[in-house]
Design a protein around this ligand. Structure first.
Ligand SMILES: Nc1ncnc2c1ncn2[C@@H]1O[C@H](COP(=O)(O)OP(=O)(O)OP(=O)(O)O)[C@@H](O)[C@H]1O
Ligand SMILES: [Mg+2]
Ligand SMILES: [Zn+2]
Length: 403
């Protein structure tokens, strides 16, 4: 059998295996159950989050021999043909290459005929925003009152390019970027089925790089699997993706917190050798400092887990461990310095140098001390100078400003 990329191999074959679009799946399933299916749907959202997949599933749901049903059987001729893209009653049209008036005119003529075999004639138009103005105009009438056997499903990443007249004739569903937790779960399942072993950190890195796009995430897994085999180390995954692994960023944070200049320099050197983009490194550091501050500030474990939900469990544990003994004021100041330098580093002629100096400034940050500790020290000094009386006096005497 020829090799199928993961994204195609793992295209969800049922609504309940679609990840992260529960709000849409629920609405569609209810509409099917109640026989209230609209005649035109518009699926909007970023790339690779399930628009085409959902359109094909909806087509199967409507035309399955055992349907209409939100759980199409996948076995009848209608279901199988839709999956294979050979159904005569379901047309999948690429809006980018069939965007003219003539193309729409053909659709208009065909919709008047009854379906060849199945319940509905379904037109899935992908990239629908590519249609020309005339094509949209030609579509309006049909979209307003299509014959009862016709359904339209439009998909686009750029709904703002659609005329209001089209928007107002469709039932719109906004697909969202897939939340990190759900995506990690799905990737873990797929990798298990594929017999591959990734640490939860490696998966979390892929999730983050994909920015909520499942297709992108799966393509990255393809790439890592072919570059590094089925049991890559975290560093290998990071390297294959040209990413900064969180472990490295977190180690750097630890060096900053412990004011360890030597460690800072060694790590910057190591990252430099790996060809890391320093702007991305600084962004990652900023993010880690945010996580540290959250970990230090939110006492309730459940709330903390929620606030750090984008992290893998083991990553969260490392952050919590590091945050435990740190003064929150110190993290806040580190954040200010690192975040404040982002812009400069991104435009610096020598980004590595700019990064090093920024981080060394962090190392030299004067230790901040809580007010109570300072008062205790003043009292201690006063006591040593003048006995108990002196201490009492130090407490009552107004503070004089320094000159
Ligand atoms: N919500 C999801 N749940 C599970 N897998 C998904 C999801 N969204 C996308 N995928 C995976 O990504 C692949 C591509 O998804 P799909 O073609 O539905 O994306 P799309 O939103 O239509 O993207 P585009 O805007 O690029 O056309 C699918 O084959 C599937 O493997
Ligand atoms: Mg698509
Ligand atoms: Zn079926």
């Amino acid at each position: 059998m020829s090799y199928l990329v993961l994204a195609r191999k793992w295209r969800p074959q049922s609504f309940d295996t679609m990840t992260g679009q529960e709000h849409i799946v629920r609405t569609l399933a209810n509409a099917i159950a109640q026989g209230r299916v609209a005649h035109a749907y518009l699926f909007c959202g970023p790339r690779g989050v399930g628009k085409t997949t959902a359109a094909r599933l909806l087509a199967r749901a409507l035309n399955c021999e055992k349907g209409p049903t939100s759980t199409p059987c996948g076995e009848c001729l209608a279901c199988r043909e839709i999956v294979a893209g050979t159904s005569l009653d379901v047309a999948e049209i690429d809006g980018a290459s069939n965007n003219g008036v003539e193309d729409v005119r053909q659709i208009r003529e065909r919709v008047t005929y009854l379906p060849q075999r199945d319940r509905h004639k379904i037109y899935i138009i992908d990239e629908v925003h590519m249609l020309t103005t005339q094509a949209f105009n030609a579509l309006l009438k049909t979209l307003e009152e299509p014959p009862a056997h016709v359904k339209f499903i439009f998909a686009t990443t750029e709904p703002h390019k659609l005329p209001d007249t089209i928007l107002s004739r469709c039932q719109r569903h906004n697909f969202r970027r897939i939340p990190a937790g759900s995506m990690a779960k799905r990737l873990t399942e797929i990798l298990r089925e594929e017999g591959a072993q990734f640490s939860d950190r490696a998966i979390s890195l892929v999730v983050r790089q994909s920015e909520g796009g499942m297709r992108d995430a799966l393509s990255m897994l393809d790439m890592v699997l072919s570059a590094c085999g089925k049991a890559p180390t975290d560093e290998e995954v990071a390297e294959a993706l040209g990413a900064i692994d969180r472990g490295a960023a977190l180690n750097l944070c630890a060096a900053l917190i412990h004011r360890d200049a030597a460690a800072v320099l060694t790590q910057v050197e190591a990252l430099h050798c790996r060809g890391v983009d320093f702007k991305r490194l600084i962004e990652e550091l900023t993010l880690q400092l945010r996580h540290l501050l959250v970990a230090r500030s939110v006492g309730d474990p459940a709330a903390r887990r929620e606030a750090l939900s984008e992290l893998a469990d083991s990553e969260r544990e490392s952050i919590e461990a590091l945050a435990r003994d740190v003064d929150p004021a110190q993290i806040a100041r580190l954040f200010d310095i690192v975040h404040g330098a982002t812009w400069e580093i991104s435009r610096a002629a020598q980004p590595r140098l700019a990064t090093e100096v920024t981080l060394l400034k962090c190392v030299h940050l004067a230790p901040s001390q809580p007010m109570s500790a300072m008062i205790a020290r003043v009292e201690e000094i006063a006591r040593r100078l003048g006995g108990a009386e002196g201490a009492a006096a130090a407490q009552t005497r107004p503070l004089r400003p320094f000159h």
